[in-house]
Design a protein around this ligand. Structure first.
Ligand code: HAM
Length: 417
């Protein structure tokens, strides 16, 4: 045999059958909780016009500058694999005239997203998010409802060691004034900063709070924070969000230096991380984006939302003793047949499957003994050993007990409680 030539592309991975259960459960718990809270599912295309993300996510972000999978289609259009959901959901909200519906419009989705990042454990170039957006109301209730739901989903899943950090970004005007103040401060200590932070003082000085570089971290300890510079209306909005979370028993930390890698945020900002994960500990995050829809050419419309990182949640659950998900359901039965009965075995399996049972059969030419072993290996509850024209032997794989059954009624026999 020749050596294996192909591998999954760098930063991507296959989800194997045994890894599926936990991922399915994450989506199922999120779906149930979100739909019970009035969120409707909206699926948008995997790719969009590049300009949607350039404008929506923001020209100065790492995502737009370095991480987009962009290509030109045969009609010469520039398209990009979606790096996140919010810009697409807002585009769809406008495109389908959802401003005319009762507000806020609550939408959720789930699926693959793409960012050309440096891969490491928990950071991939194709990853999966569960995403929720609530568009059309600036009430603090909206922010609180979203944060409560994200927290409850993570709790129901049983993720341990989760921490919620909360901050507020204020209006663009207050932010601009603050950013000027921060730039002036950073310039006053420019020679202590890392080259990267120094190079981005103009474009994105907030990223300095995120730096690992020791000199930069020292400088940031004394830096002014945005939370101290919020307008009164924003401070009040944030206080209300906090008080709603307090009333509902949510524990969180206020992080005045919380920054997120997307440009559209205004006011509330939050991040969930899990201490069980390594460097990529962020299992979800989001915030309010009151200027985004206008930025995309729509009327001024407030919005708020979050995304949970499904791959990281699955990693956290896999690392826990409880494993996080129920095992696969064992098959109801495995049909054991000798060479002359193989075709009949397939017909019978089909009949039983159509009747709603899970039935499997040998497809590899095993002998009877090998087939019994296979029935055991897949954890089948019963083996059905074909013998006569119209009857067969049904063996209980746990007790070893055997009895003759009529093939015409085997589906009923097995379905009976
Ligand atoms: P984000 O913080 O960029 O926010 O991503 C949300 C979550 O997706 C992260 O906390 C992380 O768990 C997961 N994630 C992001 N990038 C990767 C990656 N390369 N590999 C694995 N997991 C990853 C957003 O995407 C915003 N659209 C959230 C939002 C919705 N804000 C408002 N509405």
């Amino acid at each position: 045999m020749s050596a294996q030539k192909f591998k999954a592309p760098r930063g991507t991975f296959d989800v194997l059958p045994e890894q599926e259960a936990v991922r399915r459960r994450v989506v199922e718990v999120a779906r149930r909780q979100l739909e019970a809270a009035g969120f409707g599912r909206l699926d948008t295309p995997i790719f969009e016009e590049t300009d949607l993300f350039a404008r929506g996510v923001g020209e100065s972000t790492d995502i737009v500058q370095k991480q987009m999978f962009t290509f030109t289609d045969q009609g010469g259009r520039s398209l990009t694999l979606r790096p996140e959901a919010t810009a697409s959901v807002c585009r769809a909200y406008l495109e389908h005239g959802m401003q005319t519906l009762a507000q806020p419009v609550k939408l959720w989705t789930e699926g693959p997203f793409f960012r050309h990042e440096r891969p490491q454990a928990g950071r991939y170039r194709q990853f999966t998010q569960v995403n929720a957006e609530s568009i059309g109301s600036d009430a603090p209730l909206v922010d609180a409802e979203l944060i409560l739901l994200a927290g409850d989903i993570v709790r129901e899943l049983g993720v341990e060691g989760v921490r919620l950090r909360l901050g507020s970004l204020g209006t663009p005007r207050a932010r601009a004034a603050y950013l000027d103040e921060l730039r002036t401060y950073l310039r006053s200590r420019e020679d202590e900063l890392s080259d990267e932070v120094r190079g981005r003082i103009d474009a994105n000085p907030l990223r300095a709070f995120d730096a690992d570089h020791e000199g930069t971290r020292k400088v940031m300890e004394d830096a002014p924070t945005l939370m101290d510079r919020l307008d009164p209306a924003d401070s009040e909005h944030f206080a209300e969000v906090r008080s709603l979370l307090d009333r509902n028993g949510v524990s969180y930390e206020i992080d005045p230096t919380l920054v997120r890698g997307l440009d559209y945020y205004t006011r509330t900002l939050f991040e969930f991380d899990c201490e069980r994960l390594g460097a990529q500990s962020g299992i979800g995050g989001g915030g309010r984006y009151d200027g985004l829809i206008e930025q995309l050419g729509g009327p001024a419309t407030p919005g708020c939302g979050w995304a949970l990182g499904l791959d990281r949640i699955a990693l956290a659950l896999e690392g826990q003793a409880r494993g996080g998900g129920p095992a696969e359901e064992p098959a109801d039965l495995f049909i054991v047949a000798d060479d002359s009965e193989r075709e009949r075995a397939l017909s019978l399996a089909t009949e039983l499957r159509r009747a709603g049972l899970s039935a499997d059969l040998d497809l590899a030419g095993r002998g009877i003994k090998g087939q019994m072993k296979q029935a055991d290996r897949i954890g089948a509850r019963h083996a059905l050993i074909l013998s006569g024209e119209s009857t067969a032997t049904l063996r209980d794989m746990t007790s070893g007990e055997e009895r003759e059954v009529d093939l015409a009624t085997v589906a009923e026999t097995l379905s009976a409680p």
